[in-house]
Design a protein around this ligand. Structure first.
Ligand code: C2O
Ligand code: CU
Ligand code: CU
Length: 510
């Protein structure tokens, strides 16, 4: 067990001991019993690498069984990149695709056939690449044996095309949707959204990337050759059974299913071999609940150039980046700065996420100017000073999760908002007297701007467009939300099991 995790558990035990009123026996066993994990303060605890299941057990086994600590990548398998999806038709300004949700088997581990789900393939999905201004037609086909939906996470499309829980396709059904790409360049994604089944279907492999390009992104001097120096990185932690299956019912956790095995783009024990130059990593956290805080093992700096909804105004130089479930970041990593032939991307407890092997000799020559200006997103004082008109309170853990003390009801519209009108939403992760946990809050059909977090201006990496914001217990954020399209949209916690447990509401844009 990692030192950090152990230390924080001891701290928590102390905390719990103090909380267990009327219980003279403060042994960890007793104080944990009956309190379950909902009474634990997970803040500061390395909860992202822990499986809380079993912590409520009377046995209080603090051994490996009660933790889902991520294992380091052994770097055995070269990273693969998803195919770019070929359009069925493409002319001037219109493009059409077919996306099929299907079952398959994948050889994730040598010699084992794992039952998986995928889009247009056995596992995960292809990358759909669109340009701003394009008219898009997508035929959606459900070839699964169960209901599913096709949700475009981060895309500004009419509510009717958004693929929320109302838009179920039954096994064998298909549907054609149409939309026009109206937003700027961004790294978005798509995944299923059926009621109570999202966690399972994503866990089994349904997730794909959707890129939007625009004139600005195409003209910038940044790496942009797909699969060469512009690399998709889909992070997902999974637990496999002994015979290497993804048995969701067996491993699911009401507070978010975690795993000990990291897959990147579906590859276990990945490594990346790449030329010694600048590379762009487009990272999607496609995990059910785990948050990753990434840095390099040589502690080098890199640039974050984009967040969920597209390019930041200027690169943010940093040494680490936190990515909550559903969030995306784009990084530019200058590999010419690496001294040896290898550098590794590691997480908050220094587990190897991705070892990177460098081709080519060290040469100190620095070619090309670093890009200083990427985008021109603005936020006016008028918007900043607007009053809060929607307050969202996120609360609870386990099955007791809620938004404004309510659980999702498909027949209830929680809010309305006018199309193209900016409103200020205040999102609060209500501090439980006994703690709570992080909730990554997501809104469909919009890219919002963070005005403040706990009254302070957002850090540079949160100053761009966002569709998901992760809040710690007690944190409060003000965000400026504008919907450019009409329809009904979901807002919810993106811990998929919280969403499946009803931590979701809906807004009607009129
Ligand atoms: Cu990523 Cu409601 O979705
Ligand atoms: Cu979404
Ligand atoms: Cu949550």
């Amino acid at each position: 067990m990692k030192k950090v995790a152990l230390a924080s558990i001891l701290v928590s035990l102390g905390l719990l001991g103090a909380c267990s009123q009327g219980n003279s026996d403060n042994s960890p066993d007793k104080s944990m019993k009956g309190m379950k994990h909902s009474s634990m303060n997970m803040e500061g605890m390395d909860h992202s690498s822990m499986n809380m299941e079993g912590m409520g057990d009377s046995k209080m086994d603090m051994s490996h069984e009660s933790m889902t600590e991520l294992k380091s990548s052994l770097g055995e398998n070269e990273l693969k990149f998803p195919q770019l999806l070929k359009p069925e038709q493409k002319n001037n300004n219109s493009i059409s695709y077919t996306i099929r949700a299907q079952q398959g088997t994948s050889e994730i581990f040598k010699g084992y056939k794992t039952d998986t789900y995928g889009y247009n393939g056995d596992f995960l999905g292809p990358v759909i690449r669109l340009e701003k201004g394009m008219k898009v037609k997508v035929k959606l086909v459900n070839d699964l044996d169960e209901d599913t939906t096709f949700h475009w996470h981060g895309l500004e499309v009419p509510g009717n095309e958004d693929g929320g829980p109302h838009k179920v396709l039954k096994p064998g059904e298909s549907e054609v949707i149409h939309f026009t790409v109206k937003q700027d360049a961004a790294t978005l994604w798509f995944h299923p959204h059926p009621m109570h089944e999202t966690g399972k279907q994503v866990f089994k492999g349904l997730a794909g990337l959707l890129y939007i390009d625009d004139k600005n992104s195409q003209s910038l001097n940044i790496p942009k050759t797909y699969g060469v120096d512009d690399l998709p990185i889909i992070l997902q932690d999974k637990t496999f059974t002994d015979n290497k299956q993804l048995d969701y019912d067996k491993v699911m956790n009401e507070d978010g299913t975690t795993g000990d095995t990291l897959l990147i783009n579906g590859v276990v024990n990945p490594k990346l071999t790449v030329d010694r130059k600048k590379v762009r990593l487009r990272i999607l956290n496609g995990s059910n609940m785990r948050t990753y805080t990434l840095h390099f093992d040589n502690d080098m700096s890199f640039q974050q150039i984009a967040s969920d909804g597209g390019l930041l105004n200027k690169p943010n130089m940093t040494k680490s980046v936190e990515i909550a479930p559903a969030e995306r970041v784009e990084l530019i990593v200058d590999l010419t700065k690496v001294k040896g032939n290898k550098v590794s991307l590691v997480n908050e407890v220094n587990k190897t996420i991705l070892p990177i092997h460098l081709n080519g000799r060290l040469n100190g020559s620095k070619k090309g100017q670093a890009v200083k200006k990427l985008n021109s997103i603005k936020i006016t004082n008028e918007v900043k000073n607007k009053k809060v008109t929607k307050s969202i309170k996120l609360a609870g853990m386990d099955k007791e999760v809620s938004i404004n003390n309510k659980k999702f009801d498909p027949k209830r519209i929680d809010y309305t908002q006018k199309q193209n009108e900016t409103e200020i939403w205040e999102i609060e992760n209500v501090k439980d007297p006994m703690g709570g946990m992080n909730h990554p809050f997501h809104i469909h059909g919009t890219q919002f701007q963070v005005i403040s977090i706990d009254g302070k201006e957002p850090p540079a990496n949160l100053a761009g467009l966002k569709d998901t914001i992760s809040l710690k217990p007690g944190q409060k954020a003000k965000i400026a939300v504008k919907f450019t399209q009409k329809g009904i949209y979901m807002f919810h916690c993106h811990i998929l099991e919280h969403e499946d447990n009803g931590m979701m509401g809906q807004i009607k844009v009129i």
